[in-house]
Design a protein around this ligand. Structure first.
Ligand code: CO
Length: 291
């Protein structure tokens, strides 16, 4: 990795760490989800940086991929367990980081994903396999009495690419990819009181373009304009400047031009915690960009 690329990853990471802390501090009982999301996203753009995906705020049994809808009226409640997941890019080089804000009394569950992340980071160096990392994540979570979410994984990062190889499992798998110097990796353990498997809700707020195809409908062109603005990275329904956005989104998903990211949830009444950092693999360990 050349020096400029490293500098961009580090700059994105520094800003992401600061904005995540400030955004999380705004989450309290009675606060508006839409206001927290808009204000946190604005902290990024006010600094001259760009989002790598819409700010994810997912509560309780929802693990990921929720964000405010246009005009969202939801507020946080006493006892909510809230995941806040932020992505920032500088020249396309991404920092991806998340934490859990506990408005209830779930210290041990929150500690489970945090400890899993810390132990995973401590073992990252060239030559170990992603399966070994997954085994440690699973162990840290299970020994506290919870389950890791098996069908959510960490991931590699590349320029304007949120899901580059390798995938980092949150459970033990045999073998798997070998970690190499220069890789940039987002590690994100999820701990749950539920089944350890997430499924899709019908609620979809986040989309990403899959292919470039000409579209005729004016509202569809406005959606594609939004996607171009974010360099093909994921965008929120809320970001589209069109009063016919929903019709356009449905039609673009049906023609396989857009991929929807439905909200992912564990079973009703369960609680999911998450922590995430982005690291650059060095010759003998890693640098955490998002600390
Ligand atoms: Co991530």
């Amino acid at each position: 990795m050349n020096e400029e690329t490293t500098e961009d990853y580090l700059a994105a990471g520094r800003l992401a760490a600061e904005v995540l802390r400030n955004g999380a501090a705004r989450i309290s009982p009675g606060a508006s989800l839409l206001e927290v999301v808009e204000c946190t996203e604005a902290m990024v753009t006010d600094e001259g940086a760009a989002l790598a995906f819409p700010l994810n705020i997912s509560s309780n049994e929802d693990a990921a991929h929720d964000t405010a809808s246009p005009g969202d009226e939801r507020t946080f409640s006493k006892h909510d367990l809230v995941k806040i997941d932020l992505g920032i890019q500088v020249n396309g080089y991404i920092a991806d980081t998340a934490m859990t804000v506990d408005l209830g009394k779930n210290d041990l569950l929150v500690e489970a994903s945090r400890a899993a992340l810390e132990s995973a980071i401590a073992m990252i160096r060239p030559g170990i396999t992603v399966g070994e990392v997954g085994a440690v994540v699973q162990q840290e979570i299970e020994r506290r009495g919870y389950r890791p979410v098996a069908n959510l994984t960490g991931h590699g990062l590349a320029q304007y690419n949120l899901h580059a190889p390798p995938s980092i499992p949150n459970i033990a798998v045999s073998g798997g990819a070998v970690i190499e110097e220069g890789m940039v990796i987002a590690i994100e353990p999820f701990a749950t009181t539920g089944t350890g498997h997430v499924s899709e809700r019908s609620r979809v707020e986040i989309f990403q373009q899959l292919v470039v195809k000409p579209v005729r409908m004016k509202s569809a062109r406005q959606v594609m304009e939004t996607s171009r603005r974010v360099h093909g990275l994921p965008f929120a329904r809320r970001w589209i400047r069109s009063d016919k956005a929903d019709i356009a989104l449905r039609s673009l998903v049906r023609s396989n031009i857009l991929r929807p990211f439905p909200v992912l949830h564990d079973v009703e009444g369960s609680l999911v915690s998450q922590h995430e950092h982005t690291v650059i693999v060095t010759s003998d360990g890693c640098i955490i960009t998002t600390r």
